[in-house]
Design a protein around this ligand. Structure first.
Ligand SMILES: Cc1cc2nc3c(=O)[nH]c(=O)nc-3n(C[C@H](O)[C@H](O)[C@H](O)COP(=O)(O)OP(=O)(O)OC[C@H]3O[C@@H](n4cnc5c(N)ncnc54)[C@H](O)[C@@H]3O)c2cc1C
Length: 418
């Protein structure tokens, strides 16, 4: 007997049919689609309780997906940014909060992994990086550790416009960290927090950004504040406070100065939040089609597809979805170190489009499916609320994408007006 799950309708597979995928990519996407229905079943509870999806992480761990972006030579799956994004969008179809928090974890291995390989380092820096990242990767692959990425501080720092106010002072054998991070997804759930902070010098500089892994149980680290937001409630993004937290030198996830180089030379590193919302957009369209066809489990099999206005709405949603998906896939093709200017501008446009269109597609879905579809017993209203968060994620919020496109289209580097 064939016990495999039926393949999803290619309209609702992230890359659609006939998109060139490697064998490895197909396997990883298949794995995400296999786990997905369980994630979808649990998503309502995490959302209602604003609780962290621990069971989903146990499943990701058992499937070997915690090591998705750990390079193969360190025992991981070796996914690059493109592969990661396809997997992440697939997870996003089933549970937005799981996909979004998985982004924080996966990027904690993608950035020090394959991205860092493209950056310039001295021989000493490279040797140090090899040694330290081996420790981080070992924790993930062998011990099943989960990493978070708390960068935001409520200042201009997370937008990339000022040094982080959280500081690290050099002390014998390590660093002493002081400061605060807001919106720390996976708060209380992560084993390590990959914290961006500034080396404590008389004048703080973005060039001195450090990227340090702080254990969740480190003395001096506390999780504060409540968490009762509109959407993405399962991310549990509370506040972290660091008071004289000591970490040893090997906590460095990148050598001194290298994060600054990565942020300038590998801009697509900041697109990795968008796949979650690509997945949400696909899920909203799929739900709408099934709902109008009277095929949603638990609902009376009432068809609504015969009304011309419904058909127009579904067509509008599909057009928006395909526009979004086309830009998403093109952005992934562009991703590399030192991309040309058009690719950088396209990355901003893609991020903007995915985040705004995901919410718009959800809006149209509720409008056309009607009142019963927005009941809490169905996933659509959660997709709608989750989708609202995408455009707010720094450093590339929808507003900042507009700012960057406008500025970079009209000015060349170094140009200014008198
Ligand atoms: C569900 C969820 C999960 C999150 N998880 C994480 C996480 O794990 N790690 C993390 O680091 N952050 C996380 N964030 C935080 C997120 O990336 C933003 O930092 C946060 O939403 C900013 O909120 P704010 O009100 O402080 O923004 P503000 O800094 O007050 O900015 C408000 C808006 O003004 C604009 N703006 C900000 N700075 C500038 C500027 N210099 N120039 C022009 N315009 C500007 C932006 O469009 C921004 O959206 C999460 C947020 C949400 C909603």
């Amino acid at each position: 007997m064939d016990t495999r799950l039926p393949l999803p309708d290619p309209r609702y597979a992230v890359a659609g049919s006939n998109y060139p995928l490697t064998g490895r990519q197909k396997t990883l996407l298949g794995l995400a689609d296999e786990l997905g229905p369980r994630f979808a079943d649990r998503a309502g509870r995490y959302d209602r309780e604003a609780s962290f999806p621990f069971e989903n992480y146990a499943d990701l761990r058992a499937a070997g997906l915690l090591g998705l972006c750990v390079p193969e030579k360190f025992g991981g799956q070796g996914a690059d940014l493109r592969t990661y994004s396809l997997v992440s969008a697939t997870l996003g179809k089933y549970c937005g909060a799981t996909a979004l928090t998985f982004n924080m974890h996966a990027c904690s291995t993608l950035w020090p992994g394959v991205l860092a390989d493209d950056l310039d380092m001295t021989r000493e820096q490279r040797a140090e990086h090899e040694k330290y990242r081996a420790l981080h990767f070992e924790r993930v692959v062998q011990q099943g550790a989960v990493y978070a990425q708390p960068f935001s501080e409520g200042s201009a720092a997370a937008a990339g416009k000022a040094p982080f106010g959280t500081t690290a002072a050099k002390v014998d054998g390590g660093w002493l960290v002081n400061g605060k991070k807001i919106f720390a997804s996976l708060s209380g759930a992560a084993d390590y927090y990959g914290v961006l902070c500034t080396e404590n010098k008389p004048e703080l500089s973005m060039r001195d950004t450090l990227y340090l892994a702080i254990p969740g149980k480190a003395p001096g680290l506390s999780v504060t504040g409540d968490w009762d937001p509109l959407g993405m409630r399962g991310t549990v993004s509370r506040t972290l406070v660091f008071k004289d937290v000591f970490v040893p030198d090997e906590a460095a996830m990148m050598p001194r100065g290298i994060y600054f180089q990565a942020a300038s030379r590998w801009p697509h590193m900041f697109t990795t939040l968008s796949p979650t919302y690509m997945g949400i957009a696909i899920a909203a369209h799929e739900f709408t089609v099934r709902y109008l066809r009277g095929e949603v489990p638990g609902m009376p099999p009432v068809k609504r597809r015969m009304y011309p206005t419904k058909q127009v709405a579904v067509a509008e949603m599909w057009i928006r979805l395909e526009q979004t998906r086309a830009l998403f896939l093109r952005m992934l093709d562009d991703a590399r170190v030192d991309p040309p200017k058009d690719a950088r501008l396209r990355a901003y446009a893609a991020q903007y489009t995915i985040m705004e269109n995901a919410n718009d597609i959800c809006r149209l879905a509720i409008r056309t499916c009607g009142g019963q579809s927005m009941l809490k017993s169905l996933p659509l209203e959660r997709l709608y609320r989750d989708s609202r968060c995408g455009a707010l994620m720094l450093p590339w919020t929808a507003e900042l994408c507009l700012d960057r496109i406008g500025r970079e289209a009209l000015y060349e580097p170094g140009e200014d007006d008198d």
